[in-house]
Design a protein around this ligand. Structure first.
Ligand code: SAH
Ligand code: TYD
Ligand code: ZN
Length: 407
């Protein structure tokens, strides 16, 4: 059996999503990305941490060509502006406050901290996005955050009042080194705040596309509580967030430094009651994943046979898992619309579907658009209301396959 990356316990495999490419490796048509890995998920029988069975080297995923820009969604920009206000109001009321972010990407959160004049530092190894953060006035180092890099900055930065990470902690298999780094730079009363896709939502919605190379862990209050304990921290607060299909924001403090909010006990109890600790839950989840895969493939095949023009919307990292698991390529989905310039003119990883500019969707001839960016459904459907008004239909696959809208 594989050993848990958090506690060394036995990891029980429950899902095999097959051979997969790197989810963010969008390549020009004349270039073939050859790297693949076997995507499998398991659950630790000791600490409950849901994790991949093998690790993709971090330099393969995060580099100068990394094409995910956090500011691509107006709703997420608003979310991170409010997050910055919240972190500063809650933890930075004193002179000389310091904020550190792990995975600051294009500065979507830290730009507000920089603008408020607070001392800060973003760790962001992907130079493509780090450069944009810098242009927004954010102080960034392109080192991977871990125990060594954290220690190297302590002298110039001072102890951190907040270490924050969004959609990044779950990307880091080497959490022992990351937590050791946080332990070194955090002020005595400081907090580590991080938010990631929530295991409970992934199970409830069968959103298996949240599983791909970069998402090594699917956290729960149970697993994060165990992780905290191992490193002398304590889980002091949890909050569910309505972004990216359902996330939880975890707040950790040094053990005993801050009161534990009742929400922590409530979430732990709710997780136990909903069967998140029961192996049968994961067996049933895996069966639903297969059903969704088969249903999606059958629906796309039927639409093609009926002569309908099908496209995709949102060249997400998530879509790589769906497309490659189901063996869906350009024969079933003609092209994918996306607003990211770095993805346009390239092919979706593994599946080889051309990515085109989202601006062109206004004049699309498509009958059906598969909503790969389903986590941004509200924003996209509002912006593209003309598609449905003109008779177009959205094809969704979370939590189940269904055609929405149109005539
Ligand atoms: N916080 C942003 C970005 C999430 S994407 C948001 O929520 O939208 C994850 C980011 O983490 C990427 O930009 C990637 O380059 C970065 N990353 C990966 N490993 C890292 C590490 N060890 N330290 C800091 N950043 C890391
Ligand atoms: P997202 O779902 O945030 O993440 P991931 O790639 O990790 O699965 O990705 C959203 C993608 O959809 C991104 O490539 C930008 C694109 N997008 C649009 O094309 N139009 C939009 O209105 C929005 C919100 C996103
Ligand atoms: Zn474990």
């Amino acid at each position: 059996m594989t050993r848990c990356r958090i506690c060394s316990g036995d990891v029980q495999k429950f899902l095999d999503l097959g051979e997969q490419p790197l989810s963010d490796a969008f390549r020009p048509a004349d270039e073939i990305a050859s790297f693949t890995y076997h995507l499998q998920m398991g659950r630790c029988l000791t600490c409950g941490a849901v994790q991949q069975l093998a690790e993709v080297p971090r330099e393969q995923m995060f580099h100068a060509d990394y094409p995910y820009f956090s500011s691509g969604s107006s709703r997420m920009r608003e979310h991170f502006r409010r997050t910055a206000e919240h972190l500063m109001a809650e933890y930075c009321g004193h002179d000389g406050a310091v904020v550190v972010e792990i995975g600051c990407n294009d500065g979507v959160m830290l730009e507000h901290v920089a603008r408020a004049g607070l001392a800060h530092l973003g760790f962001e190894p992907s130079a493509s996005v780090a450069e944009v953060a810098r242009s927004r006035g954010v102080r960034v180092t392109t080192e991977f955050f871990d125990a060594d890099s954290a220690r190297a900055h302590l002298g110039s930065l001072g102890a951190a009042d907040v270490v924050y990470a969004a959609n990044t902690m779950c990307h880091l298999p080497y959490l022992d080194s990351v937590l050791a780094g946080v332990e070194e730079i955090l002020a005595p009363q400081g907090v580590l705040v991080f938010e990631d896709p929530y295991l409970g939502d992934v199970i409830a919605k069968t959103s298996f596309d949240q599983i791909y190379d970069e998402h090594f862990y699917l956290f729960s209050a149970q697993s994060v509580s165990g992780l905290a304990c191992q490193h002398g921290f304590e889980l002091v607060d949890v909050e569910r967030l309505p972004v990216h299909g359902g996330e939880v924001r975890y707040t950790l403090a040094r053990a005993g430094a801050r009161p534990v909010r009742p929400a922590v006990r409530a979430m732990l109890d709710a997780e136990a009651a909903s069967g998140l600790g029961d192996p049968a839950t994961y067996v049933a989840f895996a069966a639903r994943v297969t059903a969704v895969r088969d249903d999606l493939l059958a629906t796309l095949t039927r639409l093609r046979d009926e002569g309908r023009e099908v496209v995709g919307y949102g060249a997400t990292a998530k879509s790589a898992t769906v497309l490659n698991l189901a063996g869906i390529g350009p024969d079933l989905i003609d092209r994918v619309y996306d607003s990211t310039p770095a993805k346009q003119g390239r092919l979706t990883p593994g599946s080889g579907i051309p990515v085109v500019a989202a601006d062109d969707f206004a004049s699309t001839t498509a009958d059906v658009a598969v909503l790969f960016a389903w986590n941004h459904a509200e924003e996209i459907k509002t912006n593209e209301a003309a598609f449905e008004q003109g008779g177009g239909q959205w094809l969704e696959y979370v939590p189940e396959v269904r055609l929405v809208g149109g005539r």
